[in-house]
Design a protein around this ligand. Structure first.
Ligand code: LLP
Length: 432
């Protein structure tokens, strides 16, 4: 089954990804193995950039939410594609800096930035802070003053939108650890305070309603609410925000039953509403930013594993165990995330074998996917889990002291290592 156009099969009956034979790649690099299709990443970044400029205006820009996949090569690609980045920790900032990404184009997120992070970011001339609370705004102002600087800031506003996505990745409703709510009136006080700080330059607002969202309607609601908010701020304080950052969240097709979201068309729909709304409110059209993470990298990724034990529990269930698991992909354990699984060296054979794909970690919840149908795997076969480019490598852990797999990039017929496989020495590096 074809869920993305970078996936196919070859004459050997093997699964191909970005034109490469996945079984050959598994042999060459070993498993578990993360693969990334560089051209797909670039294509997505360009799609966002082009569509946003066309439908929101020239000042519009995608900001890659690097939490989805954060390693040096990703920041270099963002730099080459001339787009912004969203960073959420000193670690992401440091990685971007090491990749020579110009962080004056970065947006620093997070609901609880530490004093060290605030000071490091200002020292390195980060572009914008997205301030999450009044307490944080005070700290940013104080640190900017200490360093004799002025800091550009957006305010994270909670628009009060309930997305139909997993509760753990929804962020737009009033009851959220992120941002300051319009509904309680506190968002207006937040703006008032920001305007009063001497070392803060307020540039506008940010909202992010959730992740894995398929309907443009959610973003249209965000535009509607945020522009009303901006107009009310203008009425109260005479201040008009220059930037409106709509956050990330566009959904990705992990399994055939999910829609294949048309990014350009969704942006067009949002753009039309924005133009109309600004006319109705007699407001200038703000510079629109969007922060896609998942929709840039998810289907540019795939994970390969080797099958070990195939356990058939008589009259009950079949378990297929692979050489990775929740340590390299915790998303089923966390969110019941869905994935498409293929026996890569039997990709053209009928998918009649019903099983649950499990990892090698020492707990029952270590499941990659439950109750799937794949070509019957045997020990030594290669299994591919598709669409793992987002929030897999970036959420990987060393649970059970498993070494993190490498990330191998595929581009124009060339394969290269972007992140090396961890070694046993890496595992004990910080132990004293
Ligand atoms: N902007 C902000 C402020 C965010 O918090 C996020 C994601 C994004 C942008 C990017 O959202 P995206 O386009 O990737 O949906 N670990 C979860 C997802 C958590 C998302 C956190 N914030 C998962 O594996 O599904």
């Amino acid at each position: 089954m074809q869920i993305c156009n970078n996936i196919g099969t070859n004459e050997k009956g093997n699964l191909t990804f970005a034109g490469f034979d996945t079984v050959e790649l598994a042999k060459k690099y070993g498993t578990p193995l993360y693969l990334m299709d560089e051209n797909k990443i670039r294509e997505k970044m360009r799609t966002y950039k082009k569509a946003m400029k066309k439908h929101f205006g020239d000042g519009a820009m995608p900001i890659y939410a690097s939490k989805a996949a954060s390693f040096k090569r990703m920041y270099r690609i963002a730099k080459e594609e001339d787009i912004g980045i969203d960073v959420v920790s000193i670690g992401e900032i440091y990685t971007a800096l090491s990749a020579e990404y110009d962080i004056s184009r970065a947006f620093f997120h997070g609901n609880n930035k530490t004093p060290d992070e605030i000071s490091f970011a200002i020292e390195n001339n980060i572009g914008y802070f997205v301030a999450d609370s009044l307490t944080e705004l005070e700290s940013i102002n104080a640190e900017a003053a200490r360093q004799g600087k002025r800091q550009k800031v957006l305010l994270r506003i909670t628009p009060g939108i309930d997305t139909h996505t997993n509760k753990k990745i929804a962020t737009g409703n009033v009851d959220s650890k992120f941002g300051v709510a319009i509904a309680t009136g506190q968002a207006y006080e937040f703006v008032g305070a920001a305007l009063g700080f001497k070392n803060i330059d307020l540039y506008g607002y940010h909202c992010h309603v959730g992740s894995q969202v398929f309907d443009a309607e959610t973003f249209i609601d965000a535009v509607d609410i945020m522009m009303d908010f901006s107009a009310e701020v203008k009425r109260r304080y005479g201040y008009e925000g220059e930037i409106l950052n709509l956050g990330g969240g566009f959904g990705v097709r992990y399994v055939a039953s999910q829609p294949d979201l048309d990014i350009e068309n969704s942006i067009r729909e949002v753009g039309e509403v924005l133009t109309q709304k600004c006319t109705d409110l007699n407001m200038k059209k703000p510079k629109i930013l969007m922060e896609p993470g998942r929709s840039i990298v998810a289907d540019a990724g795939m994970t390969l594993y080797t099958v070990g034990t195939v356990k058939q529990i008589t009259n009950f269930k079949n378990y297929v165990a692979i050489d990775g698991g929740m340590a390299d992909n915790p998303r089923f354990a966390l969110y019941d995330a869905e994935y498409t699984v293929v026996t890569a060296n039997k990709a053209t054979l009928p998918k009649h074998y019903r099983c649950t794909l499990v990892g090698k970690c020492c707990e029952s919840g270590d499941i990659i996917q439950e109750d799937i149908h794949i070509a019957k795997p045997e020990k030594g076969d290669t299994v591919a889990v598709l669409t793992t480019g987002a929030y897999n490598y970036s959420m990987a852990s060393n649970y059970n002291r498993l070494a993190k797999p490498p990330v191998v990039m595929l581009a124009d017929g060339k394969d290269y290592v972007a992140v090396k496989r961890e070694t046993l020495e890496d595992i004990i590096r910080n132990d004293v």
